[in-house]
Design a protein around this ligand. Structure first.
Ligand SMILES: Cc1cc2nc3c(=O)[nH]c(=O)nc-3n(C[C@H](O)[C@H](O)[C@H](O)COP(=O)(O)O)c2cc1C
Length: 213
């Protein structure tokens, strides 16, 4: 575990709990794995463009090897973001829950890194298109903060949690299936309960950092 890519998606800066928890985890990782390199990608306070028509035409161009220069330019940022994912062993995503899903900047980032021919492929099997992941040997840690309660797998609001499922599905689709989710819940309610949830999340993150190999 030498290279860590941290993707931060809260539009908040110092007031962001998901960012603060991510720093706890990253500090613990760097302490437990001296020599590990950390790269950061800002998608919450920086601009990641939405997919547009030019992007779709370029990404699904039938002969990628002879893609025209203008199309290569349309994919330039996507190529950088894909290279970042491919060039790191551990992906750390910090994300608030927004309207039961992830902030739009993080969704835009996902749309840029799920790329045919780069992170997944489609192969024909008896005339039926099959998806094939192209990313191997990586793991991801998702660090999230939620205003409400009960969005964990056994919680009463689990069915409303489209954030974890989106990230697990999209990352799994490209081949990253070793995924841990650590959450703090309840920012919008009782402060004491939220603080306790943050302390529990920090403990979990420190243990996880020690366990990473
Ligand atoms: C636009 C917006 C939408 C939100 N939607 C939800 C939601 O669906 N469920 C929830 O539990 N909290 C929701 N929240 C609360 C945030 O998840 C919570 O404040 C979280 O701690 C923010 O993360 P951050 O501190 O890293 O910015 C929402 C907050 C905002 C600003």
């Amino acid at each position: 575990m030498n290279r860590i890519l941290a993707v931060h998606s809260s539009p908040r800066g110092e007031r962001s709990h998901s960012r603060r928890l991510a720093e706890v985890f990253l500090d613990a990782c760097l302490a437990a794995h001296p020599g590990a390199e950390l790269t950061r990608r800002e998608v919450g306070r920086g601009f990641i463009p939405h997919v547009n028509e030019a992007f779709v035409a370029a990404a699904f161009y039938p002969q990628p090897a002879s893609r025209p220069l203008s199309m290569q330019a349309d994919l330039a940022l996507s190529d950088v973001l894909v290279d970042e994912v491919l060039g790191h062993e551990l992906l750390v995503i910090s994300a608030p829950m927004y309207n039961f899903s992830v902030p739009s900047g993080l969704k835009a980032w996902i749309d840029q890194i799920v790329r045919m021919g780069r992170t997944f492929d489609i192969i024909e099997d008896n005339g039926i298109a099959q998806y094939q992941p192209l990313v191997w040997g990586k793991r991801a840690v998702i660090i999230t903060s939620r205003g409400g309660h009960g969005f964990g797998p056994e919680g009463p609001n689990a069915a409303f949690n489209h954030a974890d499922t989106l990230l697990r599905t999209a990352l799994g689709f490209i081949g990253i299936e070793d995924i841990s989710v650590v959450a703090a819940e309840g920012e919008e309610s009782d402060n004491q309960a939220f603080q306790a949830s943050c302390v529990a999340a920090e403990r979990q993150l420190r243990v996880l950092a020690e366990q990473l190999r």
